[in-house]
Write a new protein. Structure first.
Length: 359
């Protein structure tokens, strides 16, 4: 392993939840209240912001998304990809869950629950949009918070680093086709040029910029890189909160009129988190992987790159869409649900490594 991979893995292993991350649900809830309030008091201001578009891309939100995700992408070390062979079983399980199971299981849940079970309690004109938002949320695996989840379950930092780098590489090529396929199967029409524009704007360009910046900073030393990333991390938090305020300013009236919408959208998200994390955890035990690999594998298999989902939903369907709201619900419940999965993984370690564990 390269020296830089080693430094990055150790840094990832040592990171714990910050105050912001620990109380993310609280901050999102506050953004809901602030956004709804501002949207009702200053509707003209937010309508003007919504009109600042070029080629269906809202400029203020596009800028906020870049500020939000570039610091996260700078943490990714693509030099770790050569370590794939070291944990090929665990990586194979996670890839299977992330790309062959999670998007499709979420689409199925969305069809059954949003268009079926709960349809009578949701606005009919937004049903397709809600389905699209849930698909977008599940189509890209998380790239940043998984380092924290891995640390909290004593996961192997090298496995986590390698898996995240590999997922990011695959996402550049697989995100658009998977989304297009599932939206097409859902009878939701999305122009390919708009979808590809979203991929270029919110995956390809940010990854290129982040990696170039990472390389330049590391040439100046690890300390300079860490200090810059810490500063950018604060800007990333502000950008996330500002984006959420904007979203809820536009969504405020719909939420006031349909207060059950958020709770209903949370149901398929919760089911898919527990299903996919349990599947990854069980499959790792079946193939004989260590608990330190099975834990982060389960967490990577269940979590989502919600920043990308929010950006793509806004670009494809607009601020006021059900798709944008569905992706934000993912932000709302991400931390408490994933912390619960961490607790289950830690509590079941004795069972996982017991006499009946497979090897």
């Amino acid at each position: 392993m390269s020296a830089q991979c080693d430094v990055t893995a150790r840094a990832a292993a040592g990171k714990r939840l910050s105050v912001f991350e620990r109380y993310l649900t609280v901050w999102v809830a506050l953004c809901i209240l602030v956004g709804i309030g501002l949207g009702q008091v200053f509707p003209g201001v937010f309508q003007a912001i919504g009109r600042l578009e070029v080629a269906q891309v809202n400029l203020p939100v596009g800028l906020l998304i870049w500020v939000m995700i570039i610091p996260m992408l700078m943490k990714i070390d693509f030099g770790a990809l050569h370590q794939v062979k070291s944990h090929w079983k665990g990586i194979g399980v996670t890839l299977f869950v992330n790309w062959a199971v999670k998007p499709f299981s979420m689409a199925l849940l969305a069809w059954l629950l949003i268009r079926g079970v709960f349809a009578q309690w949701l606005p009919a004109e937004q049903l397709d949009s809600y389905v699209a938002g849930l698909i977008l949320l599940a189509a890209a695996p998380c790239t940043a918070m998984v380092f924290v989840w891995s640390r909290l379950c004593d996961g192997d930092p090298y496995f986590t680093l390698t898996q995240v780098a590999l997922n990011d590489s695959i996402m550049i090529f697989a995100f658009a086709p998977i989304v297009a396929l599932l939206l097409g199967l859902s009878a939701i029409v999305v122009p390919w040029d708009t979808l590809l524009t979203s991929v270029v704007l919110y995956i390809v360009i940010p990854v290129a910029l982040a990696q170039a910046w990472r390389w330049l900073l590391l040439k100046q030393g690890q300390e300079r890189f860490d200090l810059t990333l810490a500063t950018l991390g604060q800007a990333s938090i502000v950008a996330l909160l500002a984006t959420l305020v904007l979203l809820f300013a536009f969504q405020g009236q719909a939420i006031i009129e349909q207060p059950l919408v958020i709770a209903i959208l949370a149901v398929p998200i919760l089911i898919q988190v527990f299903f996919n994390s349990g599947l990854a955890y069980g499959l790792n035990r079946l193939v004989g992987e260590k608990h330190s690999v099975a834990g982060p594998s389960a967490l990577i298999g269940a979590s989502n790159f919600f920043e990308l989902a929010v950006a793509a939903a806004i670009s494809l369907f607009g601020f006021k869409s059900g798709a944008a709201l569905a992706t934000v619900v993912g932000v709302l419940i991400e931390v408490p649900v994933m912390l619960l999965v961490v607790r289950v993984v830690n509590a079941s370690k004795g069972w996982y490594e017991g006499d009946h564990a497979l090897s």
